[in-house]
Design a protein around this ligand. Structure first.
Ligand code: UDP
Length: 564
């Protein structure tokens, strides 16, 4: 039985020292400790009747190892990416607070020690059982584990979770399919189940949403913030000088109305990209950045970095986040940053989560090339009042709840039996496993049709057909639902087509990440042959895809209503 831990001292000792990145993470863990503890108390009350199994967990942070070049640690004090460090600090804290048995590794030596593989022996199969129930790592760590565990990695890979900021879609993850169909990248082709990849934002439902946390405010802090907001104070999102390059036009307009602050790293002189009228504080410790955000009215992004934690922190501190809409959207097809990343996702703005999940009045997303719109947005921002806002899924309690649900319910080790809607009583009078809810075009699974164990439970399933050219991500979203890849196996049956009134002249089965799908032109119904290719992402002008959608909890999109 796992018992909530309210004291973080043991965790701090385990994190170790000697690297700037580790010090950053420890400072964060210490600063947020009280918040985690009170969240744990609330969740403990909520989960009183749940048995929580204590797991043995290895966390191997591959990108921090010397062997992968550790490019991050030297940049921690120079404005380099800190988002990853924020996320790892929060993952470690969540696992610790949930009461699991944790081992942390940031070097190959520690990895070998933990896995029981003797150092210096090159590729060495792990002969005994894996001494962990779960291993959290990243793409670097996965590569290292492959090198040092050899073939035995394959045997144990169902225990692995890969922390993967931008996500990996099934078509890129499937080695053979990726190679044959042009989805090969530097990162994908590990043949994991899609939900073993865990992202920073809930942008790719094929993967699990891990996330991180932002600071919460108590009532006094909320009041103080509202009292002390400076209506004409703006902070620019971008701690590296290069993020300011070519933005003079916007800065000039902004400067007409507001006092502009920056937190751009510099060594001795002001970086030339940062105009003299900007008050540059240099890179600030996280705590001081929070103080600055508490006073500022506007947090403004100029397009880079993509999808970081800072906009959520700004919104949580009562800022309005103004950001550029990307027209056309950025993707691996048209932007260097995403090129080679195992995703086809079209990124509609600098921070799509802020745009789509939060929106106005906290987030304003506009075309920055339209100077009038830009000008008008700034004037509007100075006029309106907003309250600090933090979505539940980014609070400590929200993250603990989600990670708890994953740990206790996600199982990628049992073989995923293909679902056959046949049992003896059905043979005489086969019922449709789907029923049409009154006043709804969405089909739902007849609740007594199957006792097949599943998480999320089958009761959450809502079957939809996408329009031609539409992905299941979009189809579910437009019905106010979310695509749930774990439920694909229940709809990969020919009954699903007839339930949706799609008449099949023929039924085939093929390896194609768009299947199951219907082609109206040939009245052809296509089923998926390889469960690894079940994918919410992907669309084709010729196909209507079958989509397993589900409901979700308010503020916690990773979990369906009956998922806890
Ligand atoms: N940050 C900081 N000092 C600063 C600017 C940012 O500590 O002067 C922190 C910020 O609190 C956030 C983290 O850096 O949690 C990551 O920020 P960002 O959104 O820029 O993402 P990144 O590109 O670093 O992943």
């Amino acid at each position: 039985q796992a018992v909530f831990q309210f004291d973080i001292r043991a965790l701090l000792e385990q994190v170790g020292a000697g690297k700037e990145s580790l010090s950053f993470m420890k400072r964060r863990i210490r600063r947020m400790a009280a918040q985690w503890a009170s969240a744990a108390r609330r969740l403990d009350d909520k989960l009183r009747n749940h048995w929580r199994e204590q797991k043995r967990i290895l966390v191997h942070v591959g990108f921090l190892t010397e062997e992968s070049g550790d490019v991050f640690s030297p940049k921690v004090l120079k404005g380099g990416p800190l988002g990853e460090m924020v996320q790892w600090a929060d993952i470690l804290t969540a696992l610790h607070v949930l009461g699991h048995n944790l081992k942390i590794s940031v070097s190959l030596k520690e990895l070998h020690g933990s896995l029981g593989v003797p150092p210096g022996r090159g590729s060495c199969p792990l002969t005994g059982p894996l001494p962990f129930d779960l291993i959290y790592t990243d793409y670097h760590g996965l590569q290292q584990m492959k090198q040092h565990m050899g073939l035995s990695l394959r045997k144990h890979k169902c225990h692995i979770r890969v922390i993967d900021t931008f996500g990996t879609e099934p078509a890129y993850n499937h080695e053979e399919y990726a190679t044959r169909h042009g989805y090969r990248t530097n990162w994908g082709y590990w043949n994991l189940r899609g939900q073993q990849y865990m992202t920073m934002f809930p942008h790719t439902p094929d993967n699990s949403f891990m996330g991180f946390v932002a600071e919460e405010l108590n009532e006094t802090e909320r009041l103080n913030i509202q009292r002390n907001k400076v209506n004409n104070m703006a902070v620019v999102y971008g701690k590296e000088a290069s993020m300011w390059k070519g933005k003079e036009k916007f800065l000039d307009i902004l400067n007409r109305y507001m006092e502009i602050h920056g937190t751009v790293y510099y060594e001795t002189q002001r970086p030339p990209e940062v105009p003299a009228f900007v008050k540059n504080h240099g890179l600030l410790p996280q705590q001081e950045l929070q103080q600055l955000l508490r006073k500022a009215k506007l947090f403004i992004g100029f397009g880079f970095p993509y999808e970081g934690p800072a906009p959520l922190e700004a919104i949580a501190n009562g800022c309005i986040f103004l950001q550029p809409k990307f027209i056309p959207p950025h993707s691996s097809l048209n932007h260097d940053f995403f090129r080679g990343k195992p995703t086809s996702r079209k990124v509609s703005s600098q921070h799509p989560y802020a745009e789509q999940y939060i929106g106005r009045p906290h987030v304003i997303t506009i075309d920055f090339n339209n100077s009038e719109e830009f000008d008008a947005a700034i004037r509007e921002i100075m006029r309106i009042n907003v309250e600090p806002y933090l979505p539940y899924e980014y609070t400590c309690e929200g993250m603990l709840e989600r990670v708890h649900a994953y740990i206790q319910n996600q199982d990628f080790c049992s073989p995923e039996a293909p679902f056959l809607p046949v049992n003896s009583s059905w043979l005489s009078s086969p019922p449709s496993p789907f029923v049409l809810l009154p006043n709804s075009s969405i089909l739902t699974w007849a609740s007594n049709a199957s006792s097949c164990p599943s998480w999320p439970p089958l009761s959450a399933l809502r079957l939809l057909a996408s329009q031609e050219g539409q992905s299941c991500v979009m189809a579910c979203q437009s019905a106010g639902l979310i695509c749930e890849p774990a439920l694909y196996r229940f709809i990969n049956i020919k009954e699903a087509f007839s339930a949706l009134d799609l008449q099949c002249d023929g039924v085939e089965s093929e390896m194609n990440h768009l299947f199951p799908a219907f082609s109206a032109e040939h009245a052809e119904c296509s089923l998926q042959q390889d469960p690894l290719l079940f994918s919410c992402a992907g669309s084709s002008a010729k196909h209507q895809r079958l989509c397993p959608c589900r409901d979700y909890r308010n503020g916690q999109v990773a979990l369906c209503r009956d998922c806890l």
